[in-house]
Write a protein that binds this ligand. Structure first.
Ligand code: ARG
Length: 260
């Protein structure tokens, strides 16, 4: 009797999980539990994920540098107003690590269109947390990407306490700039698109600045920075990401000038 009840409970859980399992088509479903087709990341899965207090994401590039989006910061210069939270998927966790910023470097030439990358420098280094290397060529600018963040779980939704993740396929510049999609608004050389034609899986407000990454020759590499999109997870509106490969030399030299 007890065993049957256990079995029934397990069956019910499996059925519930199957029903709730996110799929691209589930995005418009109001009960979709997680960001735009995502699921919860496991503690330690993406150790370099950073939450920034202005409501953006970032990736730990070095023990003192967080790579984020230019549109998340106001200008280059001394800045002690940003708090970075790291080392946890649960932003409320008592084991979270926090650091104050001491400097912001915004991509030179940023004017709201392209050049969407920036560094936030931490007042003291973070130790014992893996960093995310950036790509230095276009070799990984295709395939399937992973996205993650604490941003809205649906268009117009609230910020998340737990880190969510999803995978999205590469979308070519030609397709992304076609009249069916962004009709020429994507800066092909500087930006890289990812998402499903049917929508349903995407980054969203509050994920900006966070990394888009994939497996490289020896582990994860950062291919993109969450930048913009028309709404979130809409059909024919893929997410648009800063194409890290295009800026890798500039990012590297900025990091050096900031002390590594
Ligand atoms: N600009 C947004 C932010 O500041 C991110 C938008 C990403 N949108 C998308 N549909 N992928 O958080």
């Amino acid at each position: 009797m007890r065993r049957w009840r256990t079995l029934l409970a397990i069956l019910a859980a499996v059925v519930t999980a199957a029903t709730m399992s996110p799929s691209p088509a589930a995005a418009s479903d109001p009960v979709t539990p997680y960001v735009v087709g995502g699921t919860r990341a496991a503690q330690g899965e993406f150790p370099w994920m950073v939450r920034l207090s202005m409501g953006c994401g970032g990736a730990l590039y070095s023990p003192t540098l967080v790579l984020t989006a230019a549109h998340c910061v106001s200008r280059t210069g001394a800045n002690t107003s940003i708090t970075a939270t790291l080392g946890v998927v649960d932003l409320q966790s008592s084991s979270r690590i926090t650091r104050r910023s001491n400097y912001v470097y915004r991509a030179p030439g940023y004017n709201g269109n392209g050049d969407d990358w920036a560094f936030v420098r931490l007042a003291s280094p973070v130790t014992g947390i893996a960093t995310l290397p950036i790509v230095t060529s276009t070799a990984y600018d295709s395939g399937t990407f992973t996205i993650a963040g604490w941003g809205a779980a649906s268009e117009g939704g609230s910020q998340q306490r737990y880190l969510l993740k999803a995978t999205v396929p590469f979308v070519s510049d030609a397709t992304c700039n076609s009249s069916a999609m962004y009709g020429g608004d994507v800066i092909a050389a500087e930006e890289i698109c990812a998402g499903y034609t049917s929508g349903g899986v995407d980054t969203c407000q509050g994920d900006s600045g966070g990394p888009m990454f994939r497996q490289g020759a020896s582990g994860w590499v950062q291919v993109g920075i969450v930048s913009w999109g028309d709404g979130c997870a809409r059909p024919n509106k893929p997410g648009v990401y800063t194409q890290v490969s295009y800026f890798s030399a500039a990012i590297r030299s900025a990091a050096t000038s900031l002390g590594g």
